[in-house]
Design a protein. Structure first.
Length: 275
């Protein structure tokens, strides 16, 4: 990989949630929009999804549900959506789907996979916001082998006009042979009104659970709720304790302030009168 390719990959891999297109446009302006630069950007986008544990939402033509791009649903040269029963290629530069075709159920799909699909859909409908103009939701399951199933949930908020973008990604792998669920919950939020604040945080999950769909989804629910609660507590502490300690505390005299004519005797009153 050349130095330019490495720089491009680093910028794209660290692009804030929902702002990859902005980073691409900036890279083209800085580096000049040559065919080689365009190819390098395309390679980096594809590599980040196919070779790493990254996920992206994509909309298939005429589909009522959103799909996922990841290394887990790569099937040959295409990607597979188990909920829509579709195979599709991806134009990575503009994140669009093409060459969409129907595909029957994966022959390796197990009974656990099918029951998990039903339980996951119920869980998502109860605990995740529905799609709207600002929030996008995609989830799917992928049969990786006869004993291993991957589960992915992506919930995003795109509201650049109000200077905020964010993504919640939950990705798990369950092995029915070992009875272990492993995964990661990650959050990336960027707030950029009159400043530039970004939150990137994640939590690893690893726990034993019976090979039953209801038990697996219950464990996922427990892990996600505990993580959300822990984050809320940290934000509360940040606001009530950490930020508060940065402010200079005023002296506490417990003396009543005379808000009448005597206000001029106080430093505050003198400052106001001179203003």
């Amino acid at each position: 990989m050349s130095e330019i390719d490495s720089i491009i990959a680093e910028f794209l891999n660290d692009a804030p949630a929902g702002e990859t297109r902005d980073v691409i446009n900036d890279l083209k302006l800085i580096l000049d929009q040559t065919p080689d630069i365009t190819k390098s950007i395309k390679r980096s986008l594809e590599s980040s999804l196919v070779d790493q544990d990254k996920f992206e939402i994509i909309s298939l033509p005429d589909a009522k549900k959103l799909s996922i791009i990841s290394k887990y649903n790569k099937k040959g040269t295409k990607f597979y959506d188990s909920r829509l029963k579709k195979l599709f290629n991806v134009q990575f530069l503009d994140n669009s789907a093409l060459d969409v075709e129907d595909e029957e159920d994966d022959e390796e799909s197990t009974a656990l996979f099918k029951s998990l699909a039903t339980s996951l859909e119920k869980y998502v409908s109860e605990h995740y916001p529905l799609n709207n103009s600002q929030k996008l939701l995609a989830f799917d399951l992928f049969q990786l082998s006869a004993t291993e199933i991957a589960i992915a949930l992506i919930n995003t908020k795109r509201n650049a006009s109000n200077f905020i973008n964010g993504t919640w990604v939950s990705a798990y792998k369950y092995n029915s042979e070992t009875g272990v669920l492993k995964g990661n919950i990650s959050i990336d939020v960027h707030y950029f009104e009159d400043g530039n604040v970004r939150l990137k945080t994640s939590k690893s999950v690893e726990s034993s659970v019976a090979a039953e769909a209801s038990e697996i989804i219950t464990l996922i629910k427990k892990e996600e709720e505990s993580y959300e609660l822990a984050l809320n507590k940290k934000f509360l502490k940040l606001n009530e304790v950490d930020f508060k300690s940065l402010r200079r505390p005023l002296p506490v005299t417990r003396a009543k302030v005379n808000w009448g004519k005597a206000i001029g005797n106080y430093r505050l009153g003198k400052d106001v009168n001179q203003a």
